[in-house]
Ligand binder design. Structure first.
Ligand SMILES: Nc1ncnc2c1ncn2[C@@H]1O[C@H](COP(=O)(O)OP(=O)(O)OP(=O)(O)O)[C@@H](O)[C@H]1O
Length: 226
């Protein structure tokens, strides 16, 4: 059973219900999630790898219940945070990308080859020995993507991964996403990034209010916020 399944999922932060009875069966390769600020997109995305637990219902990843089998799920799901600073754990750019591979039991040469390839793919080769915390906001976003994707997780969830990128790097990421073999779930306010996705979910006040091919779903969202 591959894919991501939400079964009657709700989530409350204190007295506030921020996700309300969401049921989805996500098997498409590229799924976008859009919605106004505070509509519950990040909370929904975070439930895919157990960063947030459902208050009601359950989330399954490849048939595994995320609440019960969090470790196994986290090995399959790579999560790219909105705020890349949350993700930087090592002093330099190269070390940070390499850190993801520490559990992969690769020999040094294989690991170095993969790290170099990831750095090149995200335009970070020149910055490899720089202190990671001193990169610009956009460079940190590229680093966050490289650090997650170097491990080639089966599913990639990215929460607003292109907000700080210039047009050239945003196109670089869009092309990279288009070529990615893995399943990809992207939360974004940049609607053009999702235009050639397979499916787009529109959230409003914690509920799914549209769920369709991008042409239809994005139009519904534009109408909603206009
Ligand atoms: N840790 C938290 N504790 C309490 N409330 C929270 C927490 N995280 C989010 N919320 C609240 O839950 C609601 C949904 O937040 P969420 O981050 O899922 O929205 P979003 O659609 O991703 O918004 P944005 O587009 O602004 O990133 C908001 O009202 C927010 O204030």
């Amino acid at each position: 059973m591959s894919g991501i399944v939400f079964e009657g999922v709700s989530h409350d932060f204190g007295a506030e219900r921020v996700v309300e009875d969401v049921s989805l069966d996500l098997r498409e390769r590229r799924v976008g999630i859009v919605g106004a600020n505070g509509s519950g997109k990040s909370t929904l995305a975070r439930m895919i790898n157990g960063l947030v637990a459902p208050t009601a219902g359950r989330v399954l990843v490849d048939g595994l219940d995320v609440s019960r089998e969090a470790r196994a799920v986290r090995r399959r799901v790579g999560f790219v945070f909105t705020n890349a600073d949350n993700q930087i754990v090592m002093p330099t750019v190269r070390e940070d990308v390499a850190f993801t591979l520490r559990r992969h039991r690769l020999d040094r040469a294989d690991a170095a080859t993969r790290v170099d390839a990831a750095l090149a793919r995200f335009g970070l080769t020149e910055l490899a020995d720089r202190p990671a915390h001193r990169l610009s906001g956009g460079q940190k976003q590229l680093l966050a993507l490289a650090s997650v994707l170097v491990a080639e997780p089966g599913i990639v969830v990215a929460d607003e991964p292109t907000t700080l990128l210039d047009a050239r790097n945003a196109r670089r990421i869009a092309r990279y996403f288009a070529d990615l073999d893995q399943q990809l779930v992207v939360v974004s306010h940049q609607l053009e990034l999702l235009e050639d996705f397979d499916r787009v979910i529109v959230m409003e006040h914690g509920r799914v209010v549209a769920d369709d091919v991008p042409g239809v779903a994005l139009e519904a969202y534009r109408t909603l916020i206009s």
